[in-house]
Design a protein around this ligand. Structure first.
Ligand code: CTP
Length: 389
């Protein structure tokens, strides 16, 4: 998930980097937005380093619509610490700097605030009125509890600890797959000809990495088995196994699948491999040409289809050029799948190497839903929602 952490100018701002670290550790992407006063307490460099993203603090630094793109990017906004000032602005609809403008723009998406202020300020009716207003609009407050503040330690209304704020954020994300394990295959396979050459294909692996991320975001443990790609993934619930050939992918997938709730096989597996692999570099043969004998690789998807149980869900991919729906549905039946995700090579912006995709998801009973042209991340989310209902 993507979390925007908003930081305002209270002494507790020094705890914001720890909150960012905890959210990142739990597998979330974080971007920070800070007020000018916040940057008196915690530096831009610290926030950019822990979040690994640029800081948003100036309404006009990169055009005047950054607050809208940040709102579109984020799944949630957490303001920690939230001073009496930002709480008052948010309750009154005032947008006079980067963060207050972002809070207004975040309307309709979840917002959490962790107030931090002097206990006398906290108990002022104006602040309590503003807090009640924000709660009424669905904004969640995390500590300090009203009761605690009346006897605030050393007169200071302390901000909730970063662990508690992180827990509130994490628990509010809907994670319907949190007890499930899923297998995803992705990337091309390389089939060796000799010690320096192989047969391969142009698959980038992007679709499968996006699927692994979407499954993990929904709470699943993910076993991602990838052929050679330059991609990496950093999520505590994703285990990446790198393989080279179809046979290696077959071994990994068939070992992992029995313990899974389901599998999505998006890899572009080579159907054939050279019958022999020379252990040295083959010399050219000149005019007489060269013939490679190919033998068939195991079909990983069909093999999982033949062993799958009633409780397991199996999803395959199909790349079709003609009679698309008919061919894809035939493939679904032959390989005993629950769903097949079809890419049509006729669609511009779909398929290998590009960042977008357009798919049709076909279910066993013949129903199909078509996606518009979306980013591979959005397509992945749609596939995961459909096949896990
Ligand atoms: N697949 C697999 N193992 C193989 C070949 C394919 O697991 N040895 C999987 C792919 O990951 C994908 C689906 O099967 O999910 C694609 O099926 P395939 O029958 O290879 O379809 P196409 O590539 O569309 O090829 P064709 O129509 O030529 O059969």
């Amino acid at each position: 998930m993507k979390v925007v952490v908003g930081i305002t100018g209270g002494i507790a701002a020094y705890k914001a980097p720890e909150l960012v670290r905890l959210l990142k550790k739990a597998g979330h992407e974080v971007r920070c937005a800070a007020t000018g006063h916040a940057l008196q307490f915690v530096t831009r460099v610290t926030l950019e380093t822990v979040s690994q993203n640029p800081l948003y603090s100036d309404l006009f630094a990169s055009g005047s619509t950054e607050h809208i793109s940040l709102k579109d990017w984020g799944d949630m906004l957490v303001v920690a610490p939230a001073t009496a000032n930002i709480i008052g602005k948010a309750a009154s609809g005032i947008a006079d700097d980067a963060l207050s403008t972002l809070i207004l723009a975040f309307s309709g998406k979840p917002v959490v605030m962790a107030p931090a202020m002097n206990s006398l300020m906290w108990s002022h009716p104006a602040v309590q009125h503003n807090i009640a207003t924000l709660k009424g609009w669905g904004i969640r407050m995390v500590g300090p509890a009203e009761g605690e503040l009346a006897c605030g330690v050393n007169g200071i209304g302390r901000m909730a600890e970063p662990e508690e704020i992180a827990e509130t954020v994490l628990s509010s994300f809907h994670q319907p797959l949190s007890t499930q394990k899923w297998l995803v295959t992705t990337g091309p396979t390389y089939e060796r000809i000799d010690s320096v050459r192989f047969i391969g294909n142009y698959s980038s692996g992007k679709m499968g990495f996006a699927l692994a991320q979407a499954l993990a975001d929904a709470g699943a443990e993910v076993e991602l088995v990838s052929g050679p790609t330059s991609l990496a993934i950093n999520h505590p619930r994703v285990t990446l196994t790198r393989v080279e050939s179809a046979r290696e992918m077959y071994t990994a997938a068939t070992t992992i699948f029995p313990n899974c709730k389901g599998a999505i096989l998006s890899a572009a597996v080579a159907d054939y491999r050279p019958s022999e692999c020379a252990d040295h570099k083959l010399k050219k043969k000149g005019d007489e040409g060269m013939t490679l004998t190919l033998v068939q690789n195991p079909d990983i998807l069909a093999s999982l289809g033949s062993t799958k149980t009633q409780e397991q869900t199996l999803v395959g991919f199909a790349l079709e050029t003609d009679h698309e729906l008919e061919n894809a549905h035939g493939k679904l039946q032959r390989k005993n799948l629950d769903y097949i995700v079809m890419n049509s090579l006729r669609d511009k912006g779909a398929g290998f190497g590009v960042d977008t995709n357009k798919v049709t998801i076909i279910s066993r009973d013949g129903h199909h839903i078509e996606s518009p042209l979306l980013s591979k991340q959005e397509v992945a989310k749609m596939i995961v929602e459909t096949v896990t209902h």
